[in-house]
Design a protein around this ligand. Structure first.
Ligand code: FSX
Ligand code: SF4
Ligand code: F3S
Length: 381
């Protein structure tokens, strides 16, 4: 589609969203002013989000407008079996970021962690929201969903309703569904062997399309970016084979890593605390799974954009990949040649991308293989 056509489509979409009832008294501008954030900072943030979701800079005003309209689409956020790290990722910054303010501004009709209601009152709010906004709300689900034969795992609320039942009903009435975090996207730690609760990903509970936003936890940017994308286009974004938006999960950690030059030069940390560690060498030999992991952590980072695992000195553990608890361990050891030799016979998809690295690998005895193929082999697909 030509650029003008996309712009026209986006402005038509934004006009129709703007006609929906406003659910907050304050405008986003009022809210930012109260928090001491200038319009200039807001536009800078909009510029960053525009680039992040892969749009040209001419669309910055549209992205800013979409952020201003985040109170028009009701959001229901459900918690299944998880640690709440996904919500915390968004909410617990020392100073409120624009992302966390957007989250405040979203018309959050139901979110167990931050709402005041509990028990019967909370249950009523959920059921009323599902009914009132039938077919019009965005559903975000955090956590794996236990689905044991006897449905007593994760029975929640005054009726003791199984999580799987609650979430299925919420999916039935949703306009768009996002699985927030690796637990909801792929089962996560709950689904790790032996998976005693028969925990499943959201996409196995509903037949409707689910956009996965994995990471344990995902960054606040990846969560907010998805909401903006939906407001802008009204459709679900292009995804990879694991239903992850390509704008966020299109490249490997290894492709964007600040230590990549060290990898290519064959400079590896041999053990934590050694000279190489002090000099910021590549963490592959102490278990970094960046070459098998698709995410944008190095670009977006965490904790108000301050750092991310590899910057902090530990390898990536593959937290945005399916079944990473079972597939990526031991976390502080490389996968080494076992997959490379048995699966790829020296000709994996990385053979091209990692041409330089592969020369080094031959010398160092480390091996890199493409994530997608590993996962397929593991799953017997
Ligand atoms: Fe899972 Fe989110 Fe990891 Fe935790 O809720 S993705 S355990 S960070 O919090 O679901
Ligand atoms: Fe970065 Fe890990 Fe790749 Fe090394 S192996 S370059 S630390 S992603
Ligand atoms: Fe997770 Fe690896 Fe990013 S562990 S947070 S995907 S660097």
């Amino acid at each position: 589609m030509a650029k003008n056509e996309i712009l026209a489509k986006i402005s038509a979409r934004l006009e129709s969203v703007a006609k929906l009832p406003k659910m907050k008294n304050d405008s986003i501008a009022d809210m930012l002013t109260k928090k001491g954030i200038s319009r200039r900072d807001f536009m800078k943030w909009a510029g960053m989000m525009t680039a992040m979701i892969g749009l040209p800079s001419t669309m910055i005003p549209s992205v800013a407008k979409a952020a201003e309209l985040t109170d028009r689409l009701p959001v229901i956020w459900l918690h299944m079996a998880e640690c709440t790290g996904c919500s915390e990722s968004l909410l617990r910054s020392e100073t409120p970021t624009i992302d966390s303010l957007i989250f405040d501004y979203i018309s959050l009709e139901y979110h167990e962690t931050i709402m005041a209601a509990s028990g019967w009152q909370a249950e009523d709010t959920l059921q009323e929201s599902i009914k009132k906004y039938n077919g019009k709300y965005i559903l975000m689900v955090e956590g794996g969903i236990p689905s044991g034969e006897s449905e007593f795992y994760l029975t929640v609320g005054p009726h003791g309703t199984p999580g799987a039942k609650t979430v299925k009903k919420a999916c039935d009435g949703a306009m768009a569904i996002f699985a927030i975090g690796t637990c909801s996207s792929f089962g996560g730690v709950q689904a790790a062997a032996p998976n005693p609760t028969n925990s499943k990903s959201l996409s196995k509970i509903t037949n409707k399309p689910v956009i996965n936003v994995p990471g344990c936890p995902p960054s606040e940017k990846n969560i907010v970016g998805n909401v903006l994308h939906f407001i802008l286009f009204g459709t679900l974004p292009p995804v990879d084979k694991y239903n992850r938006p390509k704008w966020a999960y299109g490249l490997r950690i290894h492709d964007l890593c600040e230590r990549r030059g060290r990898f290519d030069a064959g400079e590896f940390v041999q053990s934590f605390g050694d000279e190489g560690a002090k000099n910021g060498y590549c963490l592959y030999k102490v278990g970094c799974k960046g070459p098998y992991t698709f995410n944008n952590c190095s670009r977006e980072r965490f904790n108000s954009h301050t750092s991310w695992p590899i910057q902090a000195g530990h390898g990536c553990i593959g937290c945005s990949e399916p079944d990473f608890w079972d597939n990526m361990g031991p976390f502080e050891e490389p996968l080494t040649d076992r997959l490379y030799n048995s699966v790829f016979k020296g000709a994996g998809a990385d053979a091209t991308a990692d041409k330089i690295g592969l020369g080094i690998l031959a010398l160092t005895g480390v091996a890199i293989a493409a994530h997608a193929t590993i996962a397929s082999v593991k799953k017997g697909e």
